[in-house]
Design a protein around this ligand. Structure first.
Ligand code: BG6
Length: 307
């Protein structure tokens, strides 16, 4: 049997013969569901807007070309928080089920969906604020072993540009107070809640006990794992060609203050582990041979690592 792909209502849905599935909105190329072995891995707020009126609160919004509020003195300075990719409508470029780039071997048990965004698809305001010619291809591969997301950036203009990128992934967890995040030990991070300063992670299993908003930089380990405090593995998030990760949970007061994050105890049911390149800027020269890219994969922890 072949994977099935449906395109309707501004959304692309792919279903594997196993029943595993992924749903991607053309708006923002936002992954809004990834089910694996019957379990939903992607958190989407009940109050999220899915009609293109604002970025989705939940899912995997794509952050490009700037992370956070862009610095006023930078070329991205006039753009909104997290750039324009998450609130532009992307083009569906098609599917393939080749083995290359797929998570699992053997063609038919994986499917890759490609989405494109270029300077010609963004709003006049965004183009005015960031007048570069660029081309993005975002590939979402659903395989039996997990979900892979990869962003490729091309510079199609005549001058170099600088960018940041991030896959702002909201992962479901049963109970945030019982979660431990592993694989960030000894890494330097910026603590945006505490003081905006640099710190070094001393915990091996990071526990979330209040609002957390941290940028872990140049991480040596490829894998960040979400597990329960007592060691039950939940998800492995792996990085390829990309070295930073943001850990975010708004906790009680910030959740209340965000009208599109409901119910009010939502913060208990997700953690953002966001793979990206957000420390400083990647400079991309024009030309087809110059590519900025970053790949993130997520899947159930591999059996070898559990023991
Ligand atoms: C995180 C940032 O990636 O996104 C946080 O580190 C921010 O600072 C959060 O609050 C949510 O951003 P937004 O724009 O979706 O409300």
């Amino acid at each position: 049997p072949q994977p099935t792909v449906r395109i309707e209502g501004g959304k692309v849905t792919a279903i594997l013969p196993t029943g595993d599935s992924v749903e991607v909105l053309l708006y923002g190329a936002t992954v809004i569901s990834w089910r694996n072995n019957g379990k939903e891995n992607i958190f989407v707020s009940e109050a999220a807007k899915l009609d293109g009126s604002k970025p989705v609160r939940g899912g995997i919004p794509v952050v490009f070309p700037a992370f956070g509020p862009p610095p006023k003195d930078h070329a991205t300075g006039a753009l909104p928080q997290h750039g324009f990719a998450r609130n532009s409508t992307w083009e569906y470029l098609g599917k393939s089920s080749s083995e290359s780039g797929a998570l699992s071997k053997g063609g038919d048990d994986s499917v890759k969906l490609d989405f494109g965004l270029s300077s010609s698809n963004i709003s006049a305001d965004h183009k005015k604020a960031w007048p570069y010619d660029f081309g993005l291809v975002y590939s979402v591969t659903l395989g039996k072993d997990g979900l892979q997301t990869m962003l490729n950036v091309r510079n199609e203009g005549k001058e170099a540009f600088e960018f940041q990128m991030l896959l702002h992934s909201y992962w479901t967890v049963d109970d945030i107070t019982k979660v431990a995040i592993n694989g960030l030990g000894s890494t330097t991070y910026i603590d945006k809640v505490l003081d905006g300063g640099e710190h070094t992670e001393s915990q091996t299993g990071l526990k979330i006990t209040g609002e957390v908003d941290r940028v872990y930089k140049s991480i040596k380990q490829d894998t960040t794992s979400i597990s329960s405090i007592d060691g039950k593995p939940r998800l492995d998030v792996t990085r390829d060609n990309i070295s930073d990760t943001v850990i975010w949970n708004p906790w009680i007061a910030k959740t209340k203050a965000m009208a599109d994050l409901r119910p009010e105890d939502s913060y208990k049911h997700f953690v953002c582990v966001e793979v990206g390149s957000v420390d400083g800027w990647q400079k991309l020269e024009p030309g087809p041979s110059n590519k900025g890219k970053g790949k993130a994969a997520a899947g159930p922890p591999s059996p070898q690592k559990e023991g």
